[in-house]
Design a protein. Sequence first.
Length: 83
Amino acid sequence: MEYYELYVQRIRSLCKQRGISINKLASMSNVKQSTLDNIVRGVTKNPRVKTLHKLALAFNMTLAEFLDFEPLNQYSFEDDEED
C-alpha cells in the first residue's frame, strides 16, 4: 500500500465512524471540496500539513491523534523510491 493511501484510508474510516460525508468534512474543515476530493481520489498524494491539520480539527482531534494509527505507524519508507 502506498503512503498516501494510508491517510486516505484514515479519512474515509473516520468519516464512516462519525457518519460524516466527504462533502460535509470539507465544509466542517474549511478545506475546499476540490482539494479534499483530490486527496481522497489519490490525485494529491502529498497534502500540506496545514490541510491535514484542518481535517484533524474537523474530527475534533489534534494532528498527532489524526496521524497516530496502526497502518501509518508501521509504514516503512525503506522500499519507497520517492523522497
